[in-house]
Design a protein around this ligand. Structure first.
Ligand code: DC
Length: 228
């Protein structure tokens, strides 16, 4: 049976990566977290002082350096997907609010997108991949056999994200978390290059009031239908 390409897009904190990881594990596919790649570029820019929440990005610096960054993934000892930036494990560092607050400035830069999209396409060229992000079904894999567009209410998303941050000891108010989610969604939907939009042939999945397990079973059913 030909391995599928599964593209999962949607708003911030809708559980895209949770679903993508569940599917990849169940199907024996590769999982690629494209958002982690934008976060890694943002982390590098932050460390170099090339971006700030208030003043935005120094585009020329970031664009000139993006191609020399080595961004890849490995499984840690527990089998958990881990992001590497120039060989350094940055999985935790890219998930802070500091990075979340600047990543949209970096993700709208055209040379950054071109470079990361090419890397993502290479990672998934043989199929058997589940990739989550914002432009996977529209730009990275427009021919993906299954495209899912995930959404959930603002309240549900903010509570989920806050719980994730709390669990890592990063305490922020629900209001700050909600504002960050909304401003990233706005930036993602309004950017000129590859904005966040559901592909015409995507299935919309609103998970505000279904459990992770119900969602997973529903999507597995879609995968099985495609494999018949
Ligand atoms: O999935 P995430 O929240 O970790 O992604 C971080 C940011 O990267 C998000 O605010 C938008 C951007 N992004 C993007 O522009 N395109 C993608 N394919 C994935 C993420």
């Amino acid at each position: 049976m030909k391995p599928l390409t599964i593209a999962i897009d949607g708003h911030s904190s809708t559980g895209k990566s949770t679903l993508a990881k569940q599917l990849a594990k169940a199907l024996g596919y590769v999982y690629v977290d494209s958002g982690a790649m934008y976060r890694a570029v943002a982390l590098n820019a932050l460390r170099n002082g090339w971006v700030s929440k208030e003043s935005g990005a120094q585009a020329s610096k970031i664009n000139a350096h993006v191609e020399v960054l080595v961004i890849d993934f490995e499984l840690d000892q527990k089998g958990v997907n881990t992001t590497l930036l120039n060989g350094e494990v940055v999985e935790e560092a890219i998930r802070t609010m500091e990075v979340s607050n600047v990543v949209s400035h970096v993700a709208k830069l055209v040379p950054v997108r071109r470079h990361l999209v090419a890397l993502q396409q290479a990672m998934g060229e043989n199929g058997g991949v589940v990739m989550d992000g914002r432009d996977i079904g529209t730009v990275v894999f427009p021919n993906a056999e299954l495209k899912i567009f995930m959404t959930a209410s603002d309240e549900v998303r903010a509570k989920r994200r806050k719980a994730e941050l709390d669990a890592k000891g990063q305490v922020h108010s629900l209001q700050d978390v909600l504002e960050n989610l909304k401003s990233r969604d706005k930036a993602d939907m309004e950017r000129a290059d590859s904005p966040l939009i559901a592909a015409e042939d995507a299935v919309t999945l609103d998970n505000s009031s279904i459990t992770r397990e119900e969602q997973f079973q529903r999507v597995l059913g879609w995968v099985e239908d495609l494999q018949k």
